[in-house]
Design a protein around this ligand. Structure first.
Ligand SMILES: C[S@@+](CC[C@H](N)C(=O)[O-])C[C@H]1O[C@@H](n2cnc3c(N)ncnc32)[C@H](O)[C@@H]1O
Length: 209
């Protein structure tokens, strides 16, 4: 029997079967640093939320949270984390390329380390932007191409090289937005067992006028 091809869902299912949370259970540090932007009752979409650390944190602030991830195992862990924290999230298991993206429905879209193949990225970023209400924002952190040399130095984390993104990529993908923040910077990551050490990332907050 030939082995079936590995998909995003099966790759991440295998990783998330480990009872340890791959990226920990605390929110990403950049997201947490932007806490003042969030208010109870706002609607947030968290594409690629994995095991739910960011969506659950936002729900804890009183937001109405929808998460979408291709990994069913990740979604189950996200729901368990939400239950353990006493909050509710709407965790949907779907490939974002097939998902029925709402339009004009969210105050915030939170894209933390969701890297896409270059052929898919511009359209999926457009879907994120279109999902915003006027005044809403996309908050994003991803690995940048500079990170490649860090791996040789022992840092852990990051997608295949063609999925790394530059500030220029993001400026193009979100060209209709008001760019509140767009920077490439060095950070020390300590996120579970899969993001560790000195890392090069891009950070973006892009607001819909
Ligand atoms: C590096 S993990 C980051 C998880 C989470 N954002 C975090 O920071 O803890 C990337 C996640 O994106 C999801 N993902 C990647 N491509 C996807 C797609 N096309 N549709 C749905 N989920 C996707 C994976 O299943 C995985 O859970």
């Amino acid at each position: 029997m030939p082995t079936p091809p590995r998909t995003t869902a099966t790759i991440w299912d295998d990783r998330y079967r480990d009872p340890v949370f791959a990226f920990g259970t605390e929110p990403n540090a950049f997201l947490a640093s932007q806490r003042d932007r969030f208010r109870p009752g706002q609607r947030a979409l968290v594409p690629g939320d994995g095991e739910g650390r960011n969506g659950v944190w936002l729900a804890g602030l009183g937001l109405d949270v929808v998460t979408v991830d291709a990994s069913a195992v990740g979604c189950e862990k996200a729901l368990k984390l939400a239950a353990d924290r006493g909050v509710l999230i709407d965790a949907q298991c779907a490939d974002l390329n097939q998902w029925a993206w709402p339009v004009g429905a969210f105050d915030a879209v939170i894209a933390i380390y969701i890297h896409f193949p270059p052929a898919e990225r511009p359209l999926l970023h457009r879907r994120m932007y279109e999902a915003l209400r006027p005044g809403g924002f996309v908050l994003l952190e991803s690995y940048s191409p500079r990170h490649l040399s860090r791996r040789k130095e022992g840092s852990i984390g990051g997608p295949p090289p063609d999925m790394l993104v530059t500030p220029q990529d993001l400026a193009g993908d979100f060209s209709n937005a008001d760019m509140v923040l767009l920077e490439e910077c060095e950070v020390d990551l300590s996120e579970g067992v899969r993001h560790i050490g000195r890392s090069d990332v891009v950070r973006m907050i892009a607001r819909k006028p």
